[in-house]
Design a protein around this ligand. Structure first.
Ligand SMILES: [Zn+2]
Length: 271
């Protein structure tokens, strides 16, 4: 099993490297932990992304999808956990881990359910242009199809579960000034900039960063920040994992140590 998952993780990493990303490790070594059902993936050598933001999420998502697919016919895994030259996330990215810990604190959750459509257009400070977060895959740009699913899920939550439900990204058809893109295409960071101009912590959470992907990182961070502001009782991030055209079904990711989240996620995947 370890040989199979290591081969799959290395193949996924090699495919990712061929897309010429800024920082990539050179090796991915994986093992299956029978006790937890998790696949442990150690990224070694080369160059790791400098922070625990969008770039790392892309890299890990890509490898994770490849590994989980390869394991599925033999022994379906519960998920993946990443290490960095043997270190865990907390040791490798202490600043980002701090934010994680804070957002896991117990809260009074009596607010609405927040439905967050993955990705959306953002300003790339390296290329100096506005672009989607995802490249086309099987003829589809993920940034453009998650809003439709988010709308549908929001309706179902209101009608079937009788809860208040809100979205993060705008659904408007008129153009966003600076990019000229229709609002519904824009990342959540930009709609929050307009709706909450006095709360830049929500949408400009990395004011000192000089990273070319900083607005994209801020977009990702803006979703849980907004949910926390509303005391959301739940937050759904909707994605359509690009994979082979044969892939089907649903996959849910939850944070470790959250049994209630795990129960909800299991129900999502059982349908
Ligand atoms: Zn996605």
């Amino acid at each position: 099993m370890d040989a199979i998952v290591t081969r799959a993780s290395q193949e996924a990493l090699d495919a990712y490297r061929r897309q010429s990303h800024l920082s990539t490790p050179s090796e991915a070594v994986s093992s299956y932990d029978i006790a937890t059902g998790m696949i442990r993936i150690d990224l070694r050598g080369g160059r790791l992304p400098g922070n625990g933001g969008a770039e790392l999420e892309d890299l890990q998502g890509f490898i994770s999808n490849g590994v989980l697919e390869s394991a599925r016919p033999i022994l379906p895994a519960a998920g993946t956990k990443f290490y960095y030259n043997g270190k865990d996330f907390e040791d490798q990215y202490p600043d980002d881990a701090k934010g994680d810990r804070e957002s896991r604190a117990e809260r009074q959750n009596d607010g609405p359910v927040v439905v967050s459509a993955g990705h959306g257009w953002y300003y790339h400070h390296g290329f100096r242009d506005w672009r989607a977060q995802r490249d086309p895959s099987n003829g589809i740009i993920e940034d453009e199809i998650t809003p439709g699913y988010a709308d549908e899920l929001r309706q179902w939550l209101i009608e079937r579960s009788q809860v208040a439900a809100v979205r993060v990204r705008s659904g408007a058809l008129d153009p966003h000034d600076r990019s000229g893109q229709a609002w519904w295409r824009m990342g959540g960071r930009y709609s929050l900039e307009v709706s909450h101009p006095d709360q830049p912590d929500l949408w400009n959470s990395l004011p000192t960063s000089t990273h070319p992907l900083r607005e994209r990182d801020e977009d990702i961070r803006s979703r849980p920040h907004y949910a926390n502001l509303l005391n959301a009782r739940a937050l759904f991030h909707l994605h359509t994992n690009a994979g082979s055209p044969l892939a089907s079904g649903a996959r849910a990711y939850v944070a470790e140590g959250r049994p209630e989240d795990y129960r909800l996620a299991s129900r999502v995947c059982a349908t």
